[in-house]
Design a protein around this ligand. Sequence first.
Ligand code: G16
Length: 546
Amino acid sequence: MIERVISVPAQPFHDQRPGTSGLRKRTAIFSQPHYLELYLQAVIDALGNLRGKTVVIGGDGRYHNRPAIETAIRMLSAAEVSRVLVGRDGLMSTPALSLMVRAKNAYAGLLFTASHNPGGPQGDFGVKLNLGNGAPAPERVTEAIFQHSRRLTGYRTLDRVAIDLAKPGAQLCFETLVEVVDPVTDYARAMEKLFDFAALEKLIGSRDFRFRFDAMNAVTGPYAREIFENRLRAPVGSVVNAVPLEDFGGLHPDPGPSYAKDLFAAMAEDTGPDFGAASDGDGDRHVVLGRDLAVAPSDSIAILAANHQAAPGYAKRVNGVARSMPTSRALDAVAKHLGVPCYETPTGWKYFTSLLDSGRIVLCGEESAGAGSDHAREKDGLWAVLYWLNILAVRRMSVGALVRTHWRAFGRHAFQRLDYVGLEEDGARAMMQDLRARLRDIEGRRVHGLLIDTADEYSYVDPVDGTTADRQGIRIVTADHARIVYRLSGTGTSGETLRIYVERLVREGDMLDASAGRLVAGLPGAAALLADIPRYTGRSAPDVVS
Ligand code: G16
């Protein structure tokens, strides 16, 4: 039977404003009748005429991925898009999608994921939109989508669709050519161009080096198996939790100590791995572990930059770097040493895009377990793991030795993030508003023995295109250059999440190895006092400290 385009009338929703990284909501909200369709219609309308164009689609495989992908194919066909490239079984990691959009000259990419958030009917779901440069859509586009979504009176789709997502190759859907593709090979080839695979194989294949990658039952499993076990000949079984599951095996696909528990525990065993790593739901975050320490994300990007000569794809060409504002200033110290600029941007990978597109930077990273380069326009978890391995292969050091050598050379920017989750919205916003109003009075005050030097609110002007972003976090800097940053998360799905980032530079040898908590002591207490957190939120302690 031939498909027909139909118009479906529907009332608009008023809560479809994308946050830090696309539209992220509870799955129950996304699975309401017409909810996803109306959002996709707003996206399609914002993209304009799609005739003759290619769109790439994928997802991290979480619950609701398949129906969402079928809905997207139907609606893109109704919008007369010429070609859709969709990941086999509906799977594609965020960085692989970014690479594919660029490699195939696609017009846009749609990815269904809520990143490291839990999946399932009680969990979260989300939609990321990438434009033709492979980067997350900038705020002017997402804001236009939001405004348009509130005015929609319906959407256009096909009355039926019969696409077999398990069958590689081309199928015709109405007048759209739908190609089911396997993104793993292209991704692995891209990595081979950036890193020394012969050196990596020697390291990973050596009997003295035990290696483990935990794919967290999420999207990176097939990529990790192909790269580490097939191409680099790590012993079979080195990649664990390698099959993407709808419910992530009952875990949050979050590579921190709370959910990658088995990996963290294995690292502490006598016969445990020398090198451990994990990624998140959609494969853009990373964690790297040595036998006796987990690398802090802010340190990770600094160490990758400091050792760029080790990786063939980066040697001699790092002309600039960038970090998000709340990320520790460890990267700044490296940039100073290299004699290259270090840009500071608001939280959200999209803010790195113009710097990457214009060639001002080659590497960038964030405190939220993200690092990447100009190879893609998204952060890239497996890329970061390969980069680490390449450095270890060249420098012949353990993770712990490399990190400590780095601290001795550059100082240690001890860092902690404190999250207050699920706060009542009015209280959290009033707290930020009140703090904002008191910034001038705070300067010069002494709190918990800390002398406050400056207090301001961070605004960004993009040095390439001049676009601005206001109210991107409140910064308090002490007389001894320690820093407290406050901002409300843009990725939560219920209430507000307050993030407080604290950082202190430590140089003394003996102290370098102390716990981050000990090194930043005093800052969390001062942060709570300055912002009057208990009064506004009813909370006496953060829910998560990382
Ligand atoms: C996204 C963004 C990151 C950001 C993170 C947390 O990552 O791409 O730039 O740091 O969210 O944002 P927030 O602090 O606003 O919650 P992901 O991996 O969740 O897509």
